[in-house]
Design a protein around this ligand. Structure first.
Ligand SMILES: C[S@@+](CC[C@H](N)C(=O)[O-])C[C@H]1O[C@@H](n2cnc3c(N)ncnc32)[C@H](O)[C@@H]1O
Length: 226
């Protein structure tokens, strides 16, 4: 996961990011391939139902790697990325808005919100607050996040999170969702879970062996009140 403008990152961190990206390529750690495939499938379904091109909010977008794949599809009208850092990133179909600016000024609704590996960084006890906010601006929300299964799997997730986010000063969580805490989060957010993929294979090779599919889930949420 990299940001659009890396100029402020020290050279040692840049080197670490370069080496870790190389290791990912060699040992099956590409997380973008399968994640973008499933996001394409879900957004296509929404397009088919609406029968018009759709708008997407990528919440906690990072460098919008997944949105960059979605952008190429004919049925995507526009993608807005929101994250905490400052950037002026813009393409024909995509634009980036910093978190505070977005929530201060936004009056738009989106056909779909995607939020991939973001909520655990916000905190599993605080996630319902952001989900409530998001539910006001879209009927359809897709969350990709992690499930922990034991003390060991929690520490494994923390290690992988540290490795994946080292260069970017992102807070590493003390704990992750399990199925029960996720259910509670949904209930507190007044959202309805339409579907959950409890085990999602994100990686291949060595990366899949280290952090297997039961650590990744995808949840399709709907605001049934809107
Ligand atoms: C692991 S990265 C995932 C980036 C991107 N979604 C992806 O899958 O490639 C987590 C992202 O969440 C962002 N993030 C953390 N807390 C946030 C918050 N309160 N609001 C918005 N974004 C946040 C981080 O800045 C980071 O870019």
């Amino acid at each position: 996961m990299s940001r659009f403008e890396n100029t402020k990152i020290p050279i040692t961190k840049k080197l670490f990011i370069f080496i870790s990206d190389l290791i990912r390529k060699i040992f099956g750690g590409d997380r973008i391939k399968r994640l973008s495939q499933i996001m394409i499938k879900i957004s296509k379904n929404i397009y088919m139902k609406k029968r018009k091109k759709i708008t997407i909010l990528d919440f906690g977008c990072g460098s919008m790697q997944i949105s960059k794949r979605l952008e190429k599809l004919f049925f995507i009208k526009e993608i807005v990325g929101v994250d905490t850092f400052k950037s002026k990133f813009k393409t024909k179909k995509m634009k980036y808005i910093q978190y505070d600016d977005f929530f201060k000024n936004n009056k738009r609704k989106f056909d779909l919100i995607i939020s991939i590996d973001v909520l655990h960084h916000i905190g599993i006890d605080k996630s319902h607050i952001i989900l409530k906010k998001l539910s006001k601006i879209s009927k359809n929300i897709i969350i990709k996040d992690h499930f922990e299964h034991s003390y060991f799997s929690r520490q494994l997730l923390r290690f992988v999170d540290f490795y994946a986010n080292y260069g970017y000063d992102i807070a590493i969580p003390k704990r992750y969702f399990d199925y029960n805490s996720w259910k509670k989060t949904i209930n507190k957010s007044n959202l309805k879970q339409i579907k959950i993929i409890k085990s999602f294979q994100q990686h291949d090779g060595l990366f899949n062996l280290i952090l297997n599919k039961k650590h990744h889930f995808i949840s399709l949420l709907k605001n049934v009140k809107r």
